[in-house]
Structures are given as C-alpha cells and as structure tokens.
Design a protein around this ligand. Sequence first.
Ligand code: NAD
Length: 354
Amino acid sequence: SAFSNPAFDNHEQVTFCRDAATGLSAIIAIHSTALGPAAGGCRLWSYASDTEALYDVLRLSRGMSYKNAMADLRFGGGKAVILKTADFQGTDALYEKFGDFVDAFHGRYVTAEDVGMSVAVMEKIARRTRFVSGLPKKAGHAGGDPSPKTAFGIFKGIEAAVKFRLGNDTLRGLTVAVQGVGNVGYFLCAYLAKAGARLIVADIDQARINRVVDEFGAKPVALDEILFQDVDVVAPCALGAVLNEQSIPIIKSTIVAGGANNQLQTDADGRRLLEAGILYAPDYVINGGGIINVASEFYGDVDEDEVMNRVAAIGPRLTGIFQEARDSGLPTNEIADNQARRKIAQAKTPTDQN
Ligand code: NAD
C-alpha cells in the first residue's frame, strides 16, 4: 500500500489519476504544503511496476519539500509522474487531461517540467489549468525552460565546492566529468567551458554527446567510466541513485557536485562519501536554480536579474553547509536535511496552533 511504501513520509495527499479514454496513468503526490502550494515537476517515465512509480513520486515529492525550503521559496513540496506504459501515446488530449487532474487540486499542487517533459507539453497542460509553470518566457519576465537556471546554480555550486575543497578561486584548468548532457548537462557544460574548465562527458544519446564535443571540445568516455575518471569534479546530471555502495569506493574525484535528483541511493551513502573523503554537494540544494525560476514565474514578483541573483546564492548556501558539516563531522546530506526539516517545522507551527 502507499502507506507502507518505504518512501512514504507522512505525505499529505497521494492521488492516482486514470483516464481510460486517453490512456493517462499518473500519480500526484503532495508531501507538504506547510510553506506554500506543493510545487514540483512532472516526470514522464517508463517504470517496471506501479509500485516503482509510487516509490519514485513519493521520494521526489519529499525531495521537493526540502529543495523548496532550502531555496527559501514560498512553496511546499509535490511531484507528479506520468507512467509511460507500453501503449503510451503523448497526445494533446492526454496532457490536457493531466491538466484537469492538476486543476482539481485548486492550487495545492503546481506542476512544471521534469525528465521527459518540455515547454511545449507545459503549454498543453496550461490549456486546462493555471497551476503550471515552465511556460514560454514573456518579454521582461522570468520563466521559460528552467534548465539553464538549474545549470547556473550547479555551476555556482561547483565553484563553491572547488573553493572549499581545493582552495581555487577559479575553475580554469580544472577537469569536470559530466554524466548526462541533456537539458541541464548541456547548459552546465557551457558555463564550465566558458570558465576555462576541461570537460569529460558521457550520455546514452550520441547526438547529445556530439553537441558538447563540437561546441565545447568535450572528451567523451564510456557510460560506465564517467563517474570514475581522475578529475577534479564529478557532476552527475542524468538520473538518480548513482552514488551507492558499489560506486563510491571507486570514485577518484574528491568533489561530487551535479544536478541529478536523488543521487544518493540511500541516505547512508552520504556518510559513505564523507568516509571516502569526497565532498558532496547535496543534490536538492545545488539543483534549486530551476525551481527558483519556476517560483518567480508563478508569483511574477521578480525580474530576470533578481532570479539570477537568487540562483547565485546557491554558492554561499552550499559553503555554509560544507562548513557546518566540517565543524560537526556530519555528512553534508544530513546537514541539509536537518536545515530543511527545521524550516518546514517552523512554518508548520502557526497553523498547528490555530
Ligand atoms: P534530460 O532528460 O534532458 O537529460 C538527461 C540526460 O541524461 C539525457 O541526455 C539522457 O540521454 C542522459 N542519460 C540517461 N541515462 C544515462 C546514463 N545511464 N548515463 C549517461 N547519460 C544518461 O533531463 P534534465 O532536465 O537535463 O535533467 C537531468 C537531471 O537533473 C534529472 O535527474 C532531473 O531530475 C534533474 N533536474 C533537472 C532540472 C531541470 O531544470 N531540468 C532541475 C532540477 C533537477
């Protein structure tokens, strides 16, 4: 059952959405609305089972609560998954139906892009609900594809980690291994190349590799070798659970700082990284740039320059986490989790008293 799923964490609401006419099967999970509407993207993915999809959406939505709290946003945490079943067809009608389901939450859930989604799909969803972000950018306003902002935040986070661990003020001459050069990884490569870093990359999509080889002189390596390169920084920017009992002992880099969600297979892998002498930038802190962009689009309260300032603040925020981890001897993921839980608990207090 949902309640006994290992990723269930007292979620406020979990809704299974099914529309036989379009073939839509989706799950929308609201982890917390303590800090505001539960915001988090929608992932389109082919799952081995419904239980696996449920596990993913529960874990991702809790992650969004923590991510939004750590980015100081007026957002709680939620997430949606659309199940890419064998007969899945991404028709307009299917995405419109998903929009109806989102709308039925009357603003308690706000959706946006995640893996497998695009601005064009968000526009289809927006035909049925206004509780959607990541829509095309309007002149003078924040918005649009969040990936470049996510990448900018990761870039600032890598700079902060490099300063903290290696003492370098710049990335010039350093080498970064980027796993996955899709929406986020591509823009990250652009920032890194501009800063004078050398790039090693891997992706399952040859066209995406070619793009970063041609544009930034990146060196491609095999998929199963990218995390274990002798480099200054490893940046996982594909999918989750890549940091685990098997991979951590053979990672050569002393910094792991990338954009993928849920990089740790289990919470205990944070301690494994610490014990292996690897400085880990907690994923939901370093990859908060996209949701900062989404929040400014949704609330319409700040311009593009201010969004960039807020995203750049990810650098000093991570430095604070690194310092607290060093002083306490705790892993960085535990420091971040504790900070996020405190923020959510503080926000809950007034409502609970009412
Ligand atoms: P994307 O689908 O555009 O890119 C992912 C890339 O990884 C693709 O090019 C894919 O081919 C590649 N890939 C998949 N499996 C791989 C493997 N085993 N080895 C190497 N490459 C592999 O997705 P994205 O939007 O760039 O997101 C990447 C990650 O960042 C995801 O974990 C996502 O949840 C996270 N994230 C994205 C955003 C955003 O703004 N898009 C924000 C926060 C977090």
